[in-house]
Design a protein around this ligand. Structure first.
Ligand SMILES: [Zn+2]
Length: 965
């Protein structure tokens, strides 16, 4: 594919790339990965970077607005003292929340020194005095961003930075473009509204475009819309899941009409509409018709060089012979007699040709041969198109053919079918797919027909016919009308002029996929639902799929059924269906919600492209990944932003569509457990290396709108993972204060694994945060490493992708790391382990591996069931005693038939283990809704068996040593 050029500000992107390199050092990892907002999963790198970029752009716009005005002088004064105005805003913007990061100004000074030292900002930083003044300015700006205009910032002559930073922080902190509209309409909090009013008085305007749909079409068009905005004097500031906020200069930035926006959609849709609607025969004809002279010349040469009686003798290919004979006949160069003579002389030896000759004589000419060679639909389609426009030429031919076929052929050649084909308005997409190798003959056919038209009616007529056949004008009209309606219902904003009524009152149908109403004037131009299946290359069943508004028992099998003919899809859905295959479904999306600056989004795309390649090449090594990140940063710093276009950036949705990183034999929309595991394995390191963001996988784009609430999500997850994510969310809400500032993006993915085997209690979530907080960045990378290894080779053996249950091993590694750091905590895992190991060691060695999952789980299942059933009825202590007693007797009953029994000390150990499990689970189980509590219990049972399954005899020796000690 062609490299794509980004629409980003090159210098700003380069500054961000330099900033990120600073943050990637061990020293600043905490700054990079600290969670910046309680409500959303956003790291400091993304929040701070976005504020920096927005502030930079606001300053730049202000410089423009202040030209020749008093405020221009203010900017000059600031530049005299500090250096570049935009650069000052950039650095101050990035550090606006420094008090949340650092407790003392020394750390801030150090980070500032690193930033100014490495990032190419033009700020005075040479002397001790300069450095302190800049530090002072940044602290003053940050203070003002928190608490409104202060004497400190005014005293430094930097009041003008206050509305800029306030607005930048506001924009970077919102979740939706509608929050920005509130600011524009004066409905935001007082301090923010005051700040914005100040910017307004200085001549800046903030505008919005909101988009009510997050599909592939919008994503593809989004870049064009950003370009249109730029041409109209609007600079992108922040992108949300549902639109974009821009800044303009009063009186020089102009609004956009819906019509202009629709044009961008039309351009994109037209390609697909024509691509799908046109077939290659018509393209060939089209080539002939570039100009009238060319037509004439082409026909002349065809007639002279090819269609001569002599050439019939030279031609040895039977099919080409038929075409030649047909063409000669069509051009009135030979009569029936001659046709018959030629056919019997030259074609008698060929079975199809014999038939062909027969039909040629019967005036049905080439039809039969083509029907056999190219399929009825292909040829009929061509004939139909020509016949519609040139009835004199073909109607009688087709009628005769129809009569013949009715008597002699299988039902699929029936008259009814031919009539249908003639009547049908939509094309057969299969035509294009099946044509290439048969182009030569169809070309001959088309040429001979074309020649006949030229001879009978002149070249003008041919041009006219072909233009109509191509239907290009009509396709254009349909696409334009549809795009306008589509945009009208979905796009709005403070800088959009609604130059169209938003309701469609002459709807004559709707898209059966997305339910967009379709106007009477173009409903017939929309593809049939069956095309959707063809384009998606879905199995045949899609055509017969029953959609909810089909009448019951409607005949969806027969292509003539009125129900089938009424089921249309819109062009946006056709578009998505035809393009989605390029992304190796299931669909993976990387998002930067709630808000991101365009340049940051672009930078992250570059990094992700590089990482994706590392993964696609199966190089699951963190050092390789790091290397590739650094390399990409260097490129971005040199302002080289062009990449292979493998991802689509949605500039109006703050996300990008990423090809599924692991190459698989087949692509399909379904998400299997194996795919989900691979995805989770990919997610951890990617989020770590990109410094946050969200990753999601789904079977349709509609599922992937606002992603900021969870760092990682997939359509399916093992039950325990879902439960843990829910608990984590609750934990974050309820323990907000504690987790504040201590969250790392990468920990999200890890925590899920970690919790599986430690504890499910809410309190432990908190404990885990602090435990992990105590782990420096390096061990975290070490922990991620095995997760990346979805496939590895050891001792010449190939290990298959890690299923979820094997996460256990990785978690054990985590525990080892924690232990090595002196951190120890006892939780559910220990009790599950105790249970498993006691059971294991008390059994005769030869039976240990042969007892079933059922044996291992049923005692625990009994205990958990009793706990869940009676926890509200009996007091906690009695419930647990009852649960443990029953569990032990269940265990004995299960073992007895196999002649097995528990040793005395084993029984008491198992009692303790089960008690421990119940103790660890009780608070969580009581807090959960019954159905979720059951799911959690199932997860614990899985975990217990997993623990048992991987035990080895050495475990018993260890246990004995422990007892002795
Ligand atoms: Zn649709």
């Amino acid at each position: 594919m062609l490299p794509q050029q980004h629409t980003a500000d090159l210098r700003l992107t380069s500054l961000l790339a330099q900033l990120y390199e600073v943050l990637l050092s061990d020293k600043w990892n905490t700054v990079r990965l600290t969670r910046a907002k309680l409500r959303n999963w956003v790291t400091y790198w993304h929040h701070g970077g976005t504020v920096a970029a927005i502030a930079y752009k606001l300053c730049n716009a202000l410089r423009e607005a202040c030209k020749g005005k008093g405020c221009g002088k203010v900017i000059e004064d600031i530049e005299d003292r500090f250096g570049g105005f935009e650069d000052l805003c950039f650095v101050a913007g990035f550090l606006h929340d420094h008090n949340k990061l650092f407790k003392n100004p020394d750390q801030l000074r150090e980070l500032l020194t690193d930033i100014v030292g490495y990032v190419g900002v033009e700020l005075y930083f040479g002397s001790e005095e300069d450095r302190e003044e800049l530090l002072e300015a940044i602290m003053a700006v940050a203070e003002a961003t928190e608490g409104g205009l202060t004497g400190r910032i005014e005293g430094m002559g930097l009041s003008i930075l206050w509305p800029i930073l306030m607005t930048a922080d506001y924009l970077a902190s919102q979740e939706s473009v509608s929050d920005v509209e509130e600011l524009v309409f004066g409905l935001a909090g007082k301090a923010y509204s005051d700040a914005y009013q100040l910017l307004r008085r200085l001549g800046l305007v903030i505008g919005t475009i909101s988009v009510g749909t997050g599909n592939l079409l919008t994503a593809m068009v989004s870049k064009d819309i950003v370009e249109i905005l730029r041409n109209r004097g609007w600079e992108p500031l922040a992108i949300y899941y549902d639109g974009i906020a821009v800044v303009g200069v009063e009186n020089s930035s102009t609004k956009l009409t819906l019509r202009e926006i629709a044009e961008a959609f039309t351009r994109e849709l037209k390609n697909v509409a024509i691509e799908i609607d046109e077939n290659k025969v018509k393209t060939l004809l089209g080539k002939l018709l570039k100009s009238r002279n060319e037509v004439a010349a082409a026909l002349e040469s065809f007639v002279k060089a090819k269609v001569a009686e002599k050439s019939v003798d030279e031609e040895s290919n039977p099919k080409r012979l038929v075409a030649l004979i047909a063409a000669l006949h069509a051009l009135d160069k030979i009569g029936f007699k001659k046709v018959y003579e030629l056919a019997s002389r030259r074609l008698a030896g060929y079975q199809p040709a014999k038939l062909g000759a027969q039909y040629i004589v019967g005036k049905t000419t080439f039809a039969k041969d083509f029907l056999d060679g190219y399929g009825v639909s292909n040829v009929m389609e061509l004939l139909r198109r020509l016949a519609i426009e040139s009835p004199f030429l073909l109607t009688d031919l087709i009628a005769k053919m129809a009569a013949k076929f009715d008597k002699t052929r299988k039902p699929r050649y029936s008259k009814k079918l031919l009539e249908e084909l003639l009547k049908a308005n939509s094309l057969q997409p299969s035509l294009a797919a099946r044509l290439p190798d048969k182009v030569g003959l169809i070309y001959s056919l088309a040429l001979s027909l074309a020649a006949r038209v030229v001879i009978k009616e002149g070249p003008e007529k041919l041009v006219e016919i072909v233009e109509k056949i191509f239907g290009i004008k009509d396709v254009e009209r349909v696409v334009e009308e549809f795009a306008l309606d589509y945009v009208t219902g979905r796009v709005s904003g403070t800088i959009v002029v609604p130059d169209r009524p938003s309701t469609i009152n002459d709807a004559a149908g709707y898209c059966v996929v997305c339910r967009t109403p379709l106007r009477k004037s173009y409903v017939e131009g929309m593809p049939l639902f069956k095309v959707y299946g063809d384009v998606l290359r879905a199995p045949k069943g899609v055509v017969e799929l029953w959609v909810s508004d089909d009448p019951p028992l409607a005949d969806l099998d027969a292509s003539s059924s009125p129900y089938v003919m009424a089921r249309r899809i819109c062009l946006a859905c056709l578009y998505e269906a035809s393009r989605i295959g390029g992304f190796f479904p299931p669909l993976t999306v990387y998002a930067l919600h709630p808000a991101v600056a365009l340049e940051q989004l672009v930078l992250e795309q570059l990094l992700l492209e590089a990482l994706n390649e590392v993964f696609a090449n199966r190089e699951y090594r963190i050092d390789k990944a790091f290397e590739s990140v650094y390399k990409t940063l260097k490129k971005a710093q040199k302002r080289e932003l062009s990449v292979e276009q493998r991802m689509v950036i949605d500039y109006l949705g703050a996300r990008m569509l990423v090809p599924f990183p692991f190459k698989e034999r087949e692509t399909s929309m379904s998400i299997t457990v194996s795919r989900a595991s691979k995805f989770y394995a990919f997610a951890g390191p990617v989020l770590y290396l990109l410094g946050g963001g969200q990753l999601a996988v789904a079977s349709s784009l509609a599922e992937l709108k606002l992603l900021s609430r969870r760092p990682v999500s997939a359509g399916i997850a093992p039950t325990w993972l879902t439960t843990i994510l829910e608990l984590l969310e609750r934990g974050v809400r309820e323990q907000a204060e504690k987790v504040r500032n201590t969250y790392r993006a990468v920990v999200d993915a890890l925590l899920a694994y970690y919790h599986n085997l430690t504890s499910f209690r809410l309190e432990d979530a908190d404990e885990a945060y602090s435990l992990l907080e105590a782990v420096s960045a390096d061990p975290i990378v070490a922990l991620l490493y095995p997760l990346i290894l979805v496939r590895e080779e050891r001792d010449g053996r190939r290990y298959s992708p890690a299923p979820y249950s094997n996460v256990f091993f990785h978690v054990h590694r985590l525990e080892e790391v924690l232990k090595s750091l002196g951190v120890r905590e006892k939780g559910l895992t220990d009790h599950l382990y105790l249970y498993a190991v006691t059971l294991y060691c008390s059994l005769p060695p030869q039976t240990r591996q042969s007892i079933s999952k059922y044996h291992v789980q049923s005692p625990l299942r009994e205990a958990l069931n009793i706990l869940l059933d009676y926890k509200g009825v009996l007091d906690s202590k009695s419930v647990k005693r009852l649960a443990v007693d029953n569990a032990v007797s269940v265990l004995k009953r299960r073992l007895a038939p196999q002649g097995l029994s528990l040793k005395d000390d084993a029984e008491s150990k198992i009692r303790r283990a089960i008690e421990g499990v119940l103790d660890a689970l009780e608070p969580t189980l009581s807090a959960l809704a019954p159905s979720k509590a059951r799911r959690l219990a199932e997860a614990v049972l899985d975990s217990a068996y997993e623990t048992y399954r991987i035990l080895r005899p050495e475990a018993c020796t260890k246990e004995e040593e422990k007892v002795k000690a």
